[in-house]
Design a protein around this ligand. Structure first.
Ligand SMILES: Cc1cc2nc3c(=O)[nH]c(=O)nc-3n(C[C@H](O)[C@H](O)[C@H](O)COP(=O)(O)OP(=O)(O)OC[C@H]3O[C@@H](n4cnc5c(N)ncnc54)[C@H](O)[C@@H]3O)c2cc1C
Length: 389
């Protein structure tokens, strides 16, 4: 067993760490306050070749895999959760294409993400169906004018990057929208300029500001035969399973950033004739938090390693879900501790702690809530998918 990162991933970690310190740290608060899409940082990522980390070399990426992307996102999210999300969006919508797309779909949709000439979003959630994916009502019917083509109708909501996306992967049912047949669910590729597609609403949200979440409405949007991925409910689930370490990376990065900031503060804050850091009660809180972050990192790196070997099918669900569950809960806890360690200062916008706290809350909800992850882990334990003799 080797816990050291290979040389190329160590270099990636060091270079992204530098970029995060120099370019992201100074911009993080401005992006939060303005809520405007940080195009300048997208271009930084593009210049640094970070947009194609998870895309294989034959489709224009650098082939650093899910572990490479995980490591980059961890560094970026030490200073900005929304910029971690920007990198995450290079994998979330491309995942279904990489897992189940045709060669033609891979050649058409992946290189643009890798070179930054296009952006994409992942449309699964609906106003009436979030955790309950099979409850979706978005559906397709055969296009009477195009054999093998479809017409897509429905509403997707809370879609990250929905306003910036040039294309979408959309999950819909091909049978009765009220039925819960898993085989009826499939993925469809849709261009943002397709007639019948509108983006009527951008959400006002608590944190992770700078990349919109939007409502996307499809009104009999034409799907060409070549834009059908299909894949069933299993494709939606496998796509999300492979994403668990990438979301978890935002959790560990945010927790690390919050704890680093608060630790430096208490080393300099005087009280009762010493510094706050000298109190044992404070040291123990810092120690407990650091231990939990390290545990979350180990779970996350192992999950990324599994996912890179294609081990994101049902039997690996407990290990994958554990990292997402634990890292996002640790992020909430660490950012809460950071606010507390700074006292009143931690509650004010003069320090990034209140932003870490708001931003962390998103992580226990997106891509499967903590409760949904616990359900998945629980089913795996009951099914003996872990270390049972
Ligand atoms: C900022 C943001 C960005 C997002 N980006 C995207 C995106 O890009 N694409 C996309 O498709 N979606 C996106 N989402 C939606 C997200 O995936 C859903 O919010 C999430 O799946 C939960 O669905 P829901 O909000 O409808 O909650 P619900 O499913 O209504 O759940 C409400 C509560 O009930 C609990 N609950 C539900 N079912 C169970 C159960 N079986 N057992 C125990 N508890 C349960 C949940 O854990 C939660 O606490 C985004 C959400 C946010 C907040």
């Amino acid at each position: 067993m080797n816990f050291a990162l290979p040389d190329e991933l160590q270099s990636l970690q060091e270079s992204v760490r530098r970029l995060a310190q120099e370019k992201i740290k100074p911009r993080a608060r401005e992006i939060d306050l303005s809520g405007e899409y940080p195009e300048d940082i997208f271009q930084e990522f593009r210049r640094a070749d970070l947009l194609g980390l998870c895309i294989p070399e034959e489709y224009g990426g650098s082939g650093a895999g899910i572990l490479g992307l995980t490591i980059a996102i961890e560094e970026v999210t030490k200073y900005s959760n929304v910029l971690g999300l920007m990198l995450l969006l290079t994998r979330l919508p491309t995942g279904p294409v990489m897992i189940a797309g045709t060669e033609a779909q891979k050649l058409e949709y992946l290189p643009g993400i890798a070179d930054g000439t296009s952006r994409a979003a992942f449309c699964l959630s609906e106003p009436g169906a979030g955790s309950d994916v099979a409850g979706m009502s978005t559906h397709v019917v055969p296009d009477p004018e195009v054999p093998g083509g479809y017409l897509l109708t429905g509403t997707k909501c809370w879609i990250s990057g929905g306003m910036q996306a040039d294309w979408f992967v959309v999950f819909a049912k091909s049978g009765d929208p009220k039925a819960r047949h898993h085989n009826d669910i499939g993925g469809y590729l849709v261009r943002a300029d397709a007639p019948g597609l509108t983006r009527p609403r951008v959400d006002r949200k608590m944190g992770v500001k700078g990349i919109d979440t939007a409502e996307i409405v499809f009104d009999a949007v034409k799907i060409a035969p070549g834009d059908v991925i299909g894949g069933g409910f299993g494709l939606a689930m496998q796509s999300l399973n492979a994403m668990r370490p990438i979301v978890a990376a935002r959790g560990i990065g945010l927790a690390e950033g919050a704890l680093m900031y608060a630790t430096e503060y208490v080393k300099n804050r005087p009280a009762f004739g010493k510094t706050i850091a000298e109190f044992q009660g404070i040291q123990w809180e810092i120690a407990k938090c650091a231990t939990e972050i390290e545990a979350a990192r180990l779970l996350t790196y192992r999950a990324a390693w599994l996912a890179d070997q294609g081990r994101f099918t049902k039997e690996y669900v407990p290990q994958l879900s554990m990292c997402k569950y634990y890292a996002s809960e640790v992020a909430v806890k660490a950012s809460g501790l950071a606010v507390q360690l700074l006292g009143a200062a931690g509650y004010m916008e003069d320090h990034p702690t209140e932003q870490y706290y708001r931003d962390a809350r998103q992580l226990t909800i997106v891509e499967g809530t903590s409760q949904v992850q616990l359900g998945l882990i629980g089913r795996g334990v009951l099914g003996h998918d872990l270390w049972w003799d």
